[in-house]
Design a protein around this ligand. Structure first.
Ligand code: ADP
Length: 367
């Protein structure tokens, strides 16, 4: 398989600030890679340099067999236009042009406009009936889908996206990620910057940055993935704010290290305040899902499969880890939306439940 992106000792310095300090990354054609890491770790800088939007101050970057350092400004712009599609967190749509015209503008800069093809691209992202709407008449998710159509209209081999779901709600996030999944299936090379673990998990591989350097994923990501559910569930059980002492978490969860907890803070899941761990908003949402999955799995195993409490304790409820969000809702419906788990603890409601609707949930307290 051909190499789509290769960086060698890639460095970018901004007036004494080192954003990238010698990064070696390789992405194969057709691969889907997530670039992850805490805020300020150099993710956007890496993406911008690979996109040819920014120049490195050291090292080398090769994209689709071209050494970008060897291209002058005009050639670089030409290369980007012909081979790279870019999607940003901010949509950068021209406000006084319709969705269709925004897509056609990209064609115009590339070669010639072709209305039928641009319209076909909007159809492809499910927006055929919104072609003549202005960006202000579209929701955030719809605007981002216009951006994806715009990025794709010139048939780029490489698609780069910087936090493409950062401004979207859950439903639109899913729609946009479905589009990326489809593009990957069709053979596009995808590099997607995200700080969101769930989005990162969808990629085939994750490159983790920290302070402008690549760090070993197994040291951080895999272990966070393994432990974060446990920590969040523990915080959920502790109450509304997820207040729990760091000391308690470190002594109760075998194998977890202070470094992993501080990484969970950087990922926006929890906050370390003195010796206390508190939820950040994202952590609380995630905890709620974990607890819901766990308690529904317990209910399923005891009520339907008649697994005894002892057996369940011995590990049967580990099955919760393979339940997807959709499957969790199906199980909830199948069990007729139970209010409590076999231990009598409240099961947080989901989209499928009519009880309680989207209202506030009982958080923690009851164990
Ligand atoms: P991330 O995308 O991971 O949040 P960035 O690539 O945006 O990180 O930034 C990495 C570092 O480089 C940060 O310390 C940031 O402040 C710095 N940086 C990025 N762009 C500039 C710029 N144009 N001028 C000065 N410093 C910058």
């Amino acid at each position: 398989m051909a190499v789509a992106i290769r960086t060698e000792r890639l460095a970018r310095e901004y007036k004494g600030v080192s954003a990238l300090g010698g990064v070696d990354v390789e992405v194969q054609e057709g691969e889907w890679v997530a670039v992850m890491g805490p805020s300020g770790s150099g993710k956007s800088t890496l993406l911008n340099v690979v996109a040819g939007l920014d120049r490195p101050t050291g090292g080398r970057v090769e994209v689709l067999g071209r050494d970008l350092g060897a291209l002058d400004g005009a050639r670089l712009a030409e290369f980007r236009r012909d081979h790279v599609g870019i999607v940003f967190q901010q949509f950068h749509l021209i406000p006084y042009l319709t969705a269709l015209e925004n897509v056609m503008l990209a064609q115009y800069f590339h070669s010639m406009t072709d209305e039928a093809e641009a319209k076909g691209m909007l159809d492809g992202v499910g927006l055929g009936d919104r072609a003549h709407h202005l960006p202000s008449q579209l929701s955030g998710g719809e605007q981002q889908r216009v951006c994806i159509a715009r990025a794709l209209v010139n048939h780029p081999r490489l698609l780069l996206a910087d936090e493409p779901t950062g401004n979207l709600d859950e439903r639109n996030e899913r729609l946009v990620m479905d589009l990326f999944r489809e593009l990957h299936r069709k053979g596009h090379t995808l590099v997607l910057v995200t700080h969101d673990l769930d989005i990162g998990k969808l990629a085939q591989r994750r490159v983790l940055l920290n302070h402008g350097a690549v760090v070993e994923p197994h040291m951080v990501f895999e272990s966070i993935e393994r432990y974060s559910d446990e920590v969040l569930e523990m915080l959920w059980k502790a109450g509304q704010d997820g207040d729990k002492s760091l000391h308690h978490v470190l002594s109760e969860i075998q194998g977890i290290t202070p470094e992993m907890v501080s990484r969970m803070q950087e990922l926006g899941l929890l906050e370390i305040r003195g010796d206390n761990l508190l939820f950040q908003e994202r952590g609380k949402t995630h905890a709620r899902e974990v607890v819901r999955r766990h308690r529904l799995a317990e209910k399923l195993f005891t009520d339907v499969f008649e697994v005894s409490r002892e057996e369940m304790k011995a590990g049967a409820c580990q099955f919760e880890h393979i339940l997807s969000a959709e499957m969790t809702d199906s199980i909830c419906s199948f069990l007729k939306h139970p209010a409590t788990c076999p231990h009598g603890n409240p099961i947080p409601t989901g989209k499928c439940c009519s009880r309680g609707g989207a209202g506030p949930l009982p958080v923690g307290g009851a164990r």
